[in-house]
Design a protein. Structure first.
Length: 566
């Protein structure tokens, strides 16, 4: 039996917290100061976190390595399983030439950069975030904007900035589900639904202003004056749909409903209203910067001659198929069936032992003497990544892709993501080690004691830092969820508010994370120019964070009635 110590370093909470923060500080320094590649930095930080757990917190070696293995497995499945299959679906449209057709179709809807920034980056990007997440929306929307004729740098910046409002509910609710999983072992009342409700009362305030920010980025204040009606409509509809779905329906389809409804409303609005003085697409893209969108196309696929409805269907087929597959999976009878045959729960090996009654029980106790849950839930059939894989197989059939070409595209995607895979797996391993050893609890307690009531202002910043490091709101929630809740209790704040603030506030850090900067740069042909993109998006990231921090502070005080109760 291992009991997590709260102040293992000479009985000092401050020194214990300092040592607990060492893996995170090291990760910051390697990424931000020494410019070490993300996958190397995350591996080094993981090794340090294991050593700190064993030497500093006295965690048995077997438990430390078992905790690492659980985190790594969670990083692989479901997280990387989602991104791998999402990018593969996109690659199928590239190799067949249908991605070119999608660009032409987009231009036929509008050639105004401001409108397309809202439709593609905000609305369609949100749909991709809802279904896949983990970098896929930035890659796909940036490539789509450039396919339509927007310059590479602008395409990357717009896509990164738009990938904020939907992130807390992205990948079929993965961040909120992970947040609940991170804190439920010690706080079973913090259910997925309760956290979803709270996040749904925060993110709409971000959604309402993001379209205006995109227009400001593309065309300055003139653009805001001329296109504010459609920007306001898009933001309000998206935010309202997020609130209703997350609070009264289900977390998994929050962004699906919000994005589809917003797309429909904006398209209808554009039939009766158009902004003045359209800002046409750039079209002239510098060859040395741009990705050749047809470079992945295989020569033996015939030129596409389809017209009318067949051409429209062919261009949107992958995304329509994804929406249909996921919608079917949410039908109550189908969902129940998939859970019945496809969900497996088991005590994680090495972290459990037979109890007095012969049943397996956790061998880890928190500082309060309560057992820490180490039961792993595996949804292999209902998993988002599995549904995306099925969508890809259907897409390959619709596009008449040869099996060998589909496999080749899949292997190419796996090779493309190899370093991202190492990064995500290492970060999740680090998160599980810190949580299960007690490092996170020590750090959270120390922050709460030191900051007291001011923690409401710091909570979103912690989430922002977590996403900036990991590139994933899901990873940040796994890493800092327990810390936030522990600090909230010590500070007299509502744990529901603070835990949700980690997820909702973290989304503003996604645009500056090294992983997402690399994804955006690769998508628009600006590899090794991530620093240029970073300098452009950093002020926006900080500005949105400050705006959101004020909201959380108000919800901790004058607007406390907005916080749901169990």
């Amino acid at each position: 039996m291992f009991t997590q110590p709260l102040a293992p370093i000479v009985g000092s909470l401050a020194l214990s917290a300092l040592l607990a923060a060492l893996p995170l500080l090291l990760l910051f320094l390697l990424l931000g100061v020494f410019k070490v590649k993300a996958w190397i930095a995350s591996l080094v930080a993981l090794v340090v976190s294991v050593l700190v757990a064993i030497v500093g917190w006295g965690m048995p070696v077997v438990l430390a390595f078992s905790a690492t293995a659980e985190g790594v497995f969670y990083g692989a499945f479901p997280i990387m399983w989602i991104l791998l299959n999402a990018i593969w679906v996109y690659q199928l449209s590239v190799v067949t030439g249908w991605f070119e057709q999608l660009g032409q179709l987009i231009r036929s809807v509008s050639d105004d950069q401001r409108v397309l920034a809202i439709l593609i980056a905000f609305c369609f990007g949100a749909l991709m975030e809802a279904l896949a997440g983990f970098g896929a929306p930035v890659a796909i929307s940036a490539a789509m904007l450039m396919a339509a004729g927007m310059k590479p740098l602008k395409s990357a910046i717009v896509s990164l900035l738009a990938n904020t409002a939907p992130v807390a509910f992205g990948a079929m609710g993965a961040p909120i589900i992970a947040l609940s999983g991170a804190v439920s072992s010690t706080h079973p009342d913090l259910t997925t639904h309760l956290l979803s409700q709270m996040a749904g009362r925060q993110t709409p305030f971000v959604a309402m202003i993001v379209p205006l920010v995109l227009v400001l980025l593309v065309d300055g204040w003139r653009g805001v004056r001329q296109t504010w009606p459609v920007a306001i409509v898009a933001g309000v509809v998206f935010g309202a749909a997020q609130y209703v779905t997350s609070n009264f329906i289900t977390v998994e389809i929050t962004d699906v409903v919000a994005s589809l409804l917003t797309i429909a409303v904006v398209l209808v609005m554009l039939r009766v209203w158009k902004p003045k003085n359209s800002v046409p697409l750039d079209h002239a893209i510098e060859t040395e910067e741009a990705v050749a969108l047809t470079s992945g196309k295989l020569d033996h696929y015939a030129e596409i001659t389809a017209t009318g409805g067949k051409r429209i269907w062919g261009a949107i087929a992958p995304y329509a198929i994804i929406v249909i597959v996921f919608s079917i999976s949410q039908i109550p009878a189908v969902k129940t069936w998939l859970l019945g045959i496809g969900q497996v729960k088991f005590p994680w090996p090495g972290l459990n032992a037979p109890g007095a009654d012969g049943k397996m029980a956790s061998v880890i106790m928190n500082a309060s003497g309560k057992p820490v849950s180490t039961v792993f839930t595996l949804d292999h059939l209902r998993a988002t990544g599995t549904l995306l894989l099925l969508s890809g197989i259907i897409t390959a059939f619709v596009y008449k892709v040869k099996p060998a070409d589909a496999v080749q595209a899949y292997l190419g995607t796996l090779k493309q993501l190899r370093f991202t895979i190492v990064t995500v797996l290492s970060v999740l391993g680090l998160a599980y080690v810190m949580n299960l050893s007690g490092q996170t609890a020590s750090l959270g307690t120390a922050l709460a004691v030191g900051l007291a009531g001011a923690f409401a202002f710091v909570s979103p910043l912690i989430g922002w830092v977590g996403v900036a490091i990991t590139g994933s709101d899901t990873s940040s929630n796994a890493l800092f969820g327990m810390l936030q809740v522990t600090a909230a209790e010590q500070s007299g704040l509502d744990p529901v508010l603070v835990a949700a603030a980690n997820s909702s506030g973290g989304v503003m850090g996604k645009m500056i994370s090294p992983q997402n900067l690399a994804v955006a740069a690769a998508a628009v042909g600006m590899v090794n120019r991530e620093g240029e993109i970073f300098r452009k998006v950093l002020p926006w990231s900080l500005g949105l964070l400050a705006y959101f921090t004020v909201l959380v502070a108000l919800q901790a005080g004058a607007l406390s009635w907005m916080v749901p109760t169990p």
